[in-house]
Structure formats: C-alpha cells, structure tokens
Ligand binder design. Structure first.
Ligand code: PLP
Length: 382
C-alpha cells in the first residue's frame, strides 16, 4: 500500500475515531457469505480480498481526476455524455449501444429487473459473481446455478440444460472466483444454442477481467451483442483501469437492449470525478499494457509458489488466483488476516479454496511469507 493511501485511510479512520473502525470490504459484503472484518487500523492490512488493481488509476487518469474535483459543484451532464462518446468510440459503436452504470454492479441489478421474472428466471453458475444471483433472490426470481466442471470452468452444457424457459442467462467470462475462462468459440456456440432453445432468454456476458486474459482462444463477444438484441456485454473500469472506488462500468449491446436496460438505470448515476478519470483511462491503453504485464508476472510467481509447495491452483486469466489450500477456508482466511493479509471469502461449494488477489510486488512478497507460514511450507518454493 502506498504511503499516501495509508495516510489517507488513517485520516479517515481518525475522523470517525469515536467508533471502532468497521470495514465491510468487498462488493460481496452483505451478499451470501459475510465478507466483514473488524479492524482498528485498516491501513495496516494488505488487501488481497476484492480483486482491486493496487496500482491504478494511471497517472493520466489521476491528473484528470484531480482537475475534476474542482468541478464537483456542477452536475456532470457534459462529462457523462463525453464518457459515453469515449466508450462508444473505444468500441467503434454508437452512443445508443452504450449504457453507463455505477460500476457494472448497477448493470448486474438492471439486467435482473429488465430480463428476469418470477416466471422466467436466472441461469448462472455456482460459484460465480454473485451480484445478479442475489438481486434475483431478493426479488423472488428463481435461480438455477449448476456447479462448475471438475477443472473449475463454467459448465456450459449444464447451463444450456438449465436455460429452457429462462429470462436471463449470466456468464462471467473469465469467471470470478475461479479466474478460469471459456474460449470464444465455446461461448459463441453456447450463445447460439441458448438463442435457439430459450426464446425468452437474454444472455449477459460479464467481461470484467477481459483485459487480463492471455489465452489466445479467448475473446470478447461484443460483436455478437451488437448483432443480436438478446446478447449483452458488461465491462468495468474497476479492474485493469484501477478505478474501483470511482464506480464506473458500462454495457455494450444492441440499441434496443440498451434502451430496455436503461429504463432501470438511475438518472445521473455517474459522478464528475469518475467520468473524468474513465475518459482519461480509456485513452491510456499503454497503462493497460503495463498493468497486464505487471499482473501477469506476479500471478505467475505467486502461482509457482503454491504449485511448488504442492497446492493446486485454478488456471486463472485474471488478477486473482484460486488455490486449494486443503483446509477450511474460514480457518486459512482468519490465520492470514491475523498476520495482516486479507483474502477472499468462502465461495461455496469450494470449502477449501482461497481466492487471492494479486497485489503489488512488495505486497505479494510479504503475503507469500504469510501464506507459507500458515501452510507450514517454505516461502522459497516460488
Ligand atoms: N463483475 C465481476 C465478474 C466482478 O468480479 C466484479 C467485482 O469484483 C464486478 C462485476 C463489479 O464490478 P464494479 O466495480 O464494476 O461494480
């Protein structure tokens, strides 16, 4: 963690000093498994729990963000329009094919409201990113979520079987919490089959970790989404662009689908600072390349540590790893937290798997020592 971030967090905690600092880290807090920790000094912990990018936003985005703060007294009409134009130009589409959201979390709620009903429910996977599942459950909408394959990838055959009569099919590719991918041809085949078999279903592909993927068999399905109103793609500025706290995501799809989704959106759901940062970030693809490289190297060395120590790691294409630590995840997580490292929560039914976000080089050096200590192995394994 940078010194300035540490100072900032200390100032914030000091300003609420009358209360013990309660941190509900992670968007998953409050959904399903609690992801709540209680610490006196949050700045003292290494946060490898929420798949954030520890280095972003880029310096160009930071400059735009600083400038934008001074505009905080104004409503962000122009900036929001400019961001929509920027995202449209980035994908080579029209602004009618882009819908901005307060993080893609807002889209993950909107898709449930727009496309799923109590009569035609949601199909997803178990485990996957929980936001749409919990939104559906809160609305009394039925959820079918078949387990992953043995190698922890989306089981597309099982999902296709479950999709008969569904209103919404959610595919997280790469999947969270596993980091695994399905190839472009697998996803395209699945989409074609669902479109044919489930006439009511809209298929949403969440590409939150798109930029981190190295596997050449993987690609976006934006072209399918533009061509077919029943397919939609979600992207976020929270991961490779390092803007999780600024809450910007967007959907790319057919103009009719974007309009249907937009009916469930908040008015002015994007703030000035986030919009300015996102415009600059999309224009700084050099930063994305550097972040991919940085993350890829640390992902490989962290993975090598676990594998040499004899632990199985899912084939992640993201900024996190899922490791089978062969002990109850709650115990492992608590032991790491007691030693100053936060990791992801339990993702049922994977009772012994730890989801570990890739932090900075310095953080991973310290974290690997902690993991080695808790597992009783040598930190030199990697
Ligand atoms: N989709 C996936 C797959 C995620 O892992 C996350 C966050 O971790 C999100 C969406 C939510 O991201 P945002 O910050 O854009 O709301």
């Amino acid at each position: 963690m940078s010194t300035s971030r540490r100072q900032f967090l200390r100032r914030v905690s000091a300003s609420v000093a009358a209360m013990p600092f309660v941190s509900g880290r992670g968007l998953e807090a409050g959904w399903g498994e609690p992801n709540r920790i209680r610490v006196a000094d949050p700045a003292s912990l290494i946060s490898l729990d929420s798949n954030e990018n520890p280095t972003g936003p880029s310096s160009r985005a930071m400059a735009a963000i600083r400038d934008a703060v001074a505009e905080g007294n104004r409503y962000p009409y122009e900036l929001v329009a400019a961001l929509r134009e920027k995202a449209a130009a980035f994908h080579g589409v029209t602004t009618k094919e882009i819908l901005l959201g307060c993080g893609s979390t807002e889209h993950l709620r909107m898709i449930v409201d727009a496309f799923a009903t109590r009569g035609s429910g949601l199909v997803a996977a178990t485990p996957t990113y929980e936001a749409p599942l919990s939104a559906a459950r809160r609305r009394g909408i039925p959820v079918a979520a078949p387990p992953l394959t043995a190698d922890l990838r989306l089981d597309l055959d099982a999902m296709l079987n479950a999709a008969a009569g569904a209103g919404l099919v959610y595919l997280c590719n790469p999947n969270n919490p596993t980091g695994t991918i399905r190839s472009k041809s697998d996803i395209e085949g699945f989409i074609r089959a669902v479109l044919a078999k489930s006439p009511k279903a809209t298929i949403v592909v969440d590409e939150a970790y798109f930029e981190y993927v190295d596997d050449p068999a993987y690609d976006t399905v934006v072209p399918l989404a533009l061509a077919d109103p029943r397919v939609l793609v979600l992207r976020t500025m929270s991961k490779v662009y390092g803007m999780a706290g600024l809450r910007i995501g967007y959907a790319v799809g057919h103009a009719d689908t974007i309009a249907a989704l937009g009916a469930h959106s908040l008015n002015l759901n994007i703030n000035t600072v986030g919009a300015a940062g996102a415009i600059a970030s999309l224009g700084d693809q050099d930063h994305v390349r550097k972040e991919r490289k940085r993350n890829g190297e640390l992902r490989a060395s962290t993975r090598a540590f676990f594998e040499k120590a004899g632990y199985q790691v899912a084939v992640s294409q993201t900024n996190f790893l899922l490791v089978d630590v062969r002990q109850p995840i709650a115990d492992f997580r608590k032991a790491c937290q007691d030693r100053g490292v936060l990791i992801g929560r339990r993702f049922a039914p994977l009772e012994t798997h730890a989801r570990i976000t890739i932090g900075t080089k310095d953080e991973m050096k310290k974290a690997v020592k902690v993991f080695a200590d808790v597992l009783g192995v040598s930190a030199q394994a990697g």
